[in-house]
Write a protein that binds this ligand. Sequence first.
Ligand SMILES: *[C@@H]1O[C@H](CO)[C@@H](O)[C@H](O)[C@H]1NC(C)=O
Ligand SMILES: *[C@@H]1O[C@H](CO)[C@@H](O)[C@H](O)[C@H]1NC(C)=O
Length: 364
Amino acid sequence: MGVNIVASCSLAALMVFMAASLFLSTVTVAASVPAVYVFGDSLADVGNNDYLVTVLKADFSHNGMDYPGGKATGRFSNGKNSADFIAEKLGLATSPPYLALSSSSNANYANGVSFASGGAGVSNATNTDLCITFDKQIEYYSGVYASLARSLGQAQSDNHLAKSIFAITIGSNDIIHYAKANTAAGAGDGPSQQYVHTLIQSLTGQLQSLYNLGARKVLFLGTGPVGCTPSLRELSSTKDCSALANAMAVQYNKAAEAVLSGMSAQHPDLHYALFDSSAALLRYIDQPAAYGFAEAKAACCGLGDMHAKIACTPLSAYCANRSDHVFWDFYHPTEATAQKLTDTAFDGSAPFIFPINIRQLSAI
Ligand SMILES: *[C@@H]1O[C@H](CO)[C@@H](O)[C@H](O)[C@H]1NC(C)=O
Ligand SMILES: *[C@@H]1O[C@H](CO)[C@@H](O)[C@H](O)[C@H]1NC(C)=O
């Protein structure tokens, strides 16, 4: 009996210990990442474009039909997007849109800010007057950087930013524009490779600027297989993916990896995780049923062929089940797709997320 008591005591102790370590590991993730600073395009926009005069907006139905309250917020999705799921997994609130914060007199930038804006590209020339371009996002962020240094003091602000995650999703719009303007070009031809090379040169400078402004944990979400978006498929008579656009996405993601690994070799205090959205999302497109999808080609919401001729508006048709569609509208993934991709980026491994995943990046 005495033995039994000892045994059950140690079992209880073990369970308390396990509960405590579970609790501690949850706390560790939250405590090591105080905030997320988000940059990029419509894949992460949580409402910046609501404040712009532009056609690139999503603050009307049917967008948001599955968002809490069924509300259109400016997210280009039926529900939440990757920025929401990343924050959720880190135990943080979604970083609010910069243009919402900056219009208030006592803006708090320490809990994270999103500069992401639908339409943005690496190049200034992509949707110049229709969005907050990536260069402009960095310019806004430099103001935030200065403001944090004033309110927290330089040392504490640097420390705060070094622990924060800088999540960046940029490049899809540049590639989509190029592919739509060059439909006759062959996949991997010289000019398209040269164009991606030019994008990467800009991206190198932009990432260096963010490093100079305190970014030390970079999460880079590469471009998806944009040639398989309903919009680009619809251009082909056979409804195939644009091989040109997909080849550019592969080249771009590979080159972005080289830039980040070069930067981290040069700056040992820089850590990064690169998500190859192209490789990750192609799995759903090639084998939809294996990942719980029934439709990987047509958009859920839109009008015309493949629901891809006309955008998702209040007048558009939409599918009954948003969870079994890979694409919400002619360019954007559904909430279901964003959630599955984020799960892989958070806890997955190479060849999808490397050299470390988001959980490991956050624990540094
Ligand atoms: C892009 O625009 C920004 C201003 O928003 C400017 O500072 C930068 O030099 C421009 N870059 C190029 C390559 O034109
Ligand atoms: C919608 O699709 C998901 C994913 O394939 C499936 O699990 C769910 O049962 C479907 N819902 C309905 C109502 O058919």
